[in-house]
Design a protein around this ligand. Structure first.
Ligand code: G4F
Length: 325
């Protein structure tokens, strides 16, 4: 039986990945923050799988703790998904973003190199590493040009992963994931903010959603499909390679609004407030759209579920959550 270690297992991606690995017969070990274990909201994504997972509360920002964790688990595959995943532009958060999105990656790789160098490692990279890209769509050869500390920290991790692959012989690779959504998405992200707002409007709890740039373009896919891509990357007959994981299809925030409000039969234009500057991002001129040709060619992966259906599932889930209160 293969043994997998997943960091950030209670997040959107970690929880779907845990379910996928369990369905494939893996022994699944997961790491969560100590503060999460007593917070039922933070554990809710694991409600269907928690009984079959071995959970550890480990401070990943402590090198010795990471070393001891890897020594205890001795994984065959490690999926490093733990991250500050909100692309925050506030200066106060920069130190913690660098610690979470860069330093921990190094702790994990260095521990694996010492303790179980046969372990394959997946690192969750991001389209934010391309930032203000010089082309649309972006692929694995596109020049990196991150525009946020988040993107810089992810890019630094990518270089450490590459270094451990090329100079230490580890099977380690990075997935450049573009936005991926589901009912498990946290409320900070625009899709969930919209779908939960629509559900609240539909039952009369509020009458406005405050948003930033409605013309922002993103490449939004379906999270359960993206974790399949991660697994395929660690089971790649061509060896360890980095891939863009994306749909290649551009959509605007307005499209998300149109899909979401259509579910409850309303016109979004009557319910949106864009006066608050705090929701606008600097430097979003270049749309982040991925070219998934390489992962399709090598691993046969491509997205299936369209954004319209993802949003429908999210709105219905948010309506059900409100009805169950
Ligand atoms: O949902 P978002 O906050 O996601 P963002 O920043 O693209 O980041 C997500 O995808 C990245 C790429 O895969 C990941 F690296 C990252 O970890 C995360 O998963 O924003 C999406 C778009 C942006 O263009 C933003 O300007 O929505 C626009 N937007 C407009 N109004 C808003 C809002 N975003 C948020 N969060 N809140 C708003 O009110």
């Amino acid at each position: 039986m293969k043994r997998a270690l997943v960091t950030g297992i209670n997040g959107q991606d970690g929880s779907y990945l845990a379910e996928l690995l369990l369905s494939k017969g893996y022994e699944v070990h997961g790491v969560i923050r100590r503060s999460s274990i007593e917070n039922s909201t933070k554990m809710s994504n694991l409600k269907d799988s928690i009984a079959r997972i071995k959970l550890y509360t480990c401070s990943l920002d402590n090198h010795l703790a990471v070393y001891k964790l890897i020594a205890a688990v001795q994984p065959d595959e490690c999926y490093h998904l733990a991250a500050s995943s909100f692309v925050n532009y506030s200066f106060e958060d920069e130190v913690s973003i660098i610690a979470t999105n860069f330093t921990i990656t190094h702790y994990i790789l260095s521990s694996i190199k010492e303790l179980c160098p046969q372990c394959k490692v997946y690192f969750a990279g991001s389209s934010e590493m391309f930032g203000n890209a010089d082309r649309v769509p972006q692929n694995e050869d596109t020049k990196f040009n991150p525009r946020s500390i988040y993107g810089i920290a992810k890019l630094s991790s990518y270089h450490v992963v590459k270094n451990y692959r090329e100079h230490h012989g580890l099977y380690a690779c990075t997935g450049f994931t573009y936005n991926h959504e589901s009912p498990r998405r946290s409320h900070a992200f625009v899709t969930r903010k919209i779908t939960s707002g629509v559900a609240q409007i539909a039952i009369g709890l509020t009458h406005k959603i405050e948003l930033g740039n409605l013309d922002a373009i993103r490449d939004w896919g379906y999270a359960p499909e993206y974790v399949e891509a991660m697994w395929l990357m660690l089971n790649n007959p061509h060896g360890p390679h980095d891939y863009v994981i994306a749909t290649g299809i551009p959509h605007s925030v307005k499209d998300v609004l149109t899909f979401a409000f259509a579910i409850v039969g309303l016109d979004y234009q009557n319910y949106i407030d864009t006066q608050n500057n705090k929701f606008f991002r600097p430097s979003e001129q270049v749309p982040l759209i991925g070219d998934p040709s390489n992962i399709y060619q090598d691993l046969g992966w491509h997205n299936i579920v369209k954004l319209e259906h993802i949003i429908e599932e999210m709105v219905n889930n948010d309506l059900n959550l409100l009805k169950s209160i």
